[in-house]
Design a protein around this ligand. Structure first.
Ligand code: ADP
Ligand code: MG
Length: 254
């Protein structure tokens, strides 16, 4: 499967990361619960992990294990009970809501299972809207080309396939050139072949744009594209099975 083809460890980006894998995302003792009394449920229990700059991290775990909650906390969409989340030197838990909004706008790209495109905007306009919010957007036409969407740019979301809609959603997340790309089940609504294409696109995006990527999925097959694999079980980071070849190639430690 193409998704399991090892990336060339000799790309300049990977080589840089190998010589100094600086941490980009650092999570310490993160706790989150929902509900109170009888209904109280601890969803994340003392989660601690580090993802290096430029890595693709895949977070696995069964449905209900807390994956989306983890992503939403890192994405500043929800507040933690306790613990710390540091993204590129910014401690999220000490930000005001205004600063959190700026963090989401400037540093973060989010990709969801169900694309969430604006139906009455064209493919190009869906990306353009985000570009306008950014101080330093990527050139949209270049991005449309690398996403394979240039000839579809004037179509509306309903006029293109699910895979193309997800490409557009990736473009919308990427156009502001974010440091961190968070993807929640990005291939969950796609067939096998299209999923493979989307994952290959994400590998290219990670290599070409240098963003750190966290992909949440219940699909174990996706682990092959990871530099780092984390596994959540009942809210705990139970097992860390690193992709040994890739770790060795990039001299990263688990
Ligand atoms: P996953 O993404 O791994 O399927 P989630 O993070 O969505 O898991 O959910 C983890 C647990 O937290 C589940 O039991 C879910 O029902 C619960 N949960 C998630 N969001 C909320 C919420 N807003 N209110 C109450 N419970 C929630
Ligand atoms: Mg989820």
């Amino acid at each position: 499967a193409a998704a399991s083809t090892p990336r060339a460890a000799s790309t300049s980006h990977a080589a840089d990361a190998a010589s100094s894998p600086a941490p980009y995302l650092q999570v310490r003792d993160l706790c989150k619960h929902y509900g109170e009394g009888e209904a109280r449920a601890t969803v994340l229990h003392d989660v601690t992990t580090t993802v290096s700059k430029g890595e693709i991290c895949v977070l696995l775990g069964p449905s209900g294990s807390g994956k989306s909650t983890f992503l939403n906390l890192v994405g500043g969409l929800e507040a933690a009970d306790s613990g710390s989340i540091n993204v590129g030197g910014t401690e999220l838990t000490s930000l005001t809501s205004k600063q959190l909004g700026e963090y989401r706008r400037d540093k973060l790209g989010f990709v969801f299972q169900f694309y969430n495109l604006v139906p009455d905007l064209t493919i190009r306009e869906n990306i353009e809207v985000t570009a306008h919010l950014s101080a330093n957007p990527l050139p949209i036409d270049d991005l449309l080309h690398s996403l394979g969407l240039y000839e579809h740019r004037a179509k509306f979301p309903r006029q293109v396939s699910g895979g193309q809609q997800q490409r557009c959603a990736i473009g919308r997340a990427l156009v502001k050139n974010p440091g961190l790309l968070l993807c929640d089940e990005p291939t969950g609504a796609l067939d096998y072949q299209t999923s493979k294409e989307i994952l290959e696109l994400m590998e290219n995006v990670n290599r070409d744009y240098g963003c750190t990527v966290v992909i949440v999925t219940h699909n174990d097959a996706i682990r092959h594209m990871a530099h780092r694999v984390l596994r959540l079980r009942d809210g705990k980071l139970a097992e860390g099975t690193a992709n040994v070849e890739r770790m060795a190639a990039r001299d990263l430690t688990w």
